[in-house]
Design a protein. Structure first.
Length: 436
């Protein structure tokens, strides 16, 4: 227990540094696949701490990247990152949005391979400007229009780098190998698949993910295991018809707007599945070019979810059928592309019980919760599923904190005391499970 107490003391001593890091990242948010500045900071910090670092093509498979921004957006993000202090050489190595980073540290004693995953991207959200919003009040609000860390990923990166530091200081307590995975493009569940495809967790024995704030509302609380990860698929459907003058020659046109609108109604009429939770939602509908022009273009952005992969696939198959039928009805062409996705994941309740026992033994949390259901999707499930398929074990934690507003809300903020607590807890897991 002496080591445990010392770890928590050292983590708490890092709190000022952790807060400064989190606030710097909050001021400089970067959306999925554009995390050039954030990744550059991570790379340099890991290298300085003695980690073997993999980035760019060494950290992911380009062909498996989903939902990439257009080249112009990526190029602009690279320029902005360098102007805000990113290392230009590192940014160049991540050209094309290849912003995933993996830090590896091997220890002298044989042991298990343990991996931790941290997501880096922000939301497409305009930060609120109310006087009582703490980031505004304290001067660390987002500098970028319509980009904001509204889901705590600035905190996740901060926790990951704090963990990296403590692990480097506790080498003598470690065995085996530690892998720290900093993942791009979690929002829209787009980023994990490309990193998993690279094989970076194929040899991992224990895989840990986590999140700030969801359902755990006290800053001295920890949820040891999270389940209920819904499988999900994000689809974009682009409709192409033929334009014509709406007054003089409407019969010559093929109406893409009506096809897109009809598909929205049809999609929401899909029967729900009787063997588990199933969801469908159209979140974006864009169509047309002008008031007096028969619309020749239409776009919908939608998602399906399912309690397991099979149920989600049922929803996807039905969605594609409805979209095609709507396009045929209005004699327009349609192209459907996958913009993101994640599998369901089975919670390891035995591992959760082990984490709870360790957390209670350290005695640093006022409330230790066995299990909570997420009821949503998270592409950390790609990492967790792959590890489990290869005979390893995986768990997803929740770091409790009071929040100012809900996740993805423009006034989101969290109690920063959760940062050092998460760093300490993950360090405990690193020591315990590399030595298994």
């Amino acid at each position: 227990m002496k080591v445990c107490k010392k770890i928590w003391q050292e983590a708490e001593a890092l709190q000022t540094e952790l807060v400064e890091r989190r606030r710097d990242l909050h001021r400089h948010p970067e959306t999925g696949w554009t995390e050039f500045r954030t990744a550059s900071i991570v790379i340099k910090e890991l290298q300085a701490l003695g980690y073997e670092v993999y980035m760019g093509d060494d950290a992911l498979v380009e062909e498996e990247m989903m939902g990439l921004p257009v080249t112009e957006v990526l190029e602009q993000a690279m320029v902005r990152a360098v102007s805000e202090g990113a290392d230009a050489d590192l940014v160049e190595k991540m050209r094309g949005g290849k912003t995933g980073v993996v830090g590896v540290m091997k220890f002298s004693r044989p042991g298990k391979i343990v991996a931790f995953r941290f997501d880096m991207d922000c939301n497409d959200v305009e930060e609120c400007d109310t006087a009582d919003h703490r980031p505004l009040e304290s001067g660390f609000q987002s500098l970028h229009a319509k980009e904001m860390h509204a889901c705590g990923h600035d905190g996740h990166v901060t926790i990951g780098l704090g963990l990296a530091k403590l692990i480097s200081e506790y080498k003598e307590e470690m065995a085996g190998t530690i892998k720290l995975i900093f993942q791009p493009a979690e929002e829209g569940v787009r980023g994990a698949r490309a990193m998993v495809a690279k094989g970076i967790v194929d040899d991992v024995d224990y895989m840990f993910g986590g999140h700030i704030g969801f359902k755990a509302t006290k800053s001295d609380s920890l949820v040891c295991l999270t389940g209920g990860f819904l499988a999900t698929t994000k689809l974009d459907a682009s409709f192409k018809g033929e334009s014509s003058h709406a007054g003089a020659a409407p019969e010559r046109g093929r109406n893409a707007l009506l096809a897109a609108a009809a598909s929205c109604i049809a999609l929401h009429s899909i029967s729900r599945h009787g063997q588990g939770a199933s969801r469908i939602n159209v979140g974006v509908l864009q169509a047309g070019t002008g008031r007096n022009v028969l619309p020749d273009v239409g776009l919908i952005k939608m998602e399906t979810r399912g309690a397991n992969t099979e149920i989600n696939e049922f929803m996807v198959t039905e969605a594609r059928r409805m979209i095609k039928a709507s396009a045929d009805m209005y004699n327009v062409d349609v192209t459907v592309s996958e913009a993101g996705g994640a599998p369901a994941c089975v919670a390891d309740h035995e591992l959760g019980a082990e984490i709870k026992a360790l957390a209670e033994a350290c005695g640093q949390y006022g409330q230790v919760v066995d299990y909570m259901d997420l009821g949503g999707s998270e592409d950390c499930s790609y990492f967790m599923e792959r590890v489990q398929q290869n005979g390893g074990r995986a768990a997803y934690l929740m770091y409790g904190t009071e929040i100012a507003a809900g996740h993805h809300n423009s006034c989101f903020d969290f109690d920063e005391k959760c940062l050092y607590k998460a760093v300490a807890m993950l360090t405990e897991l690193a020591i315990a499970y590399t030595n298994k």
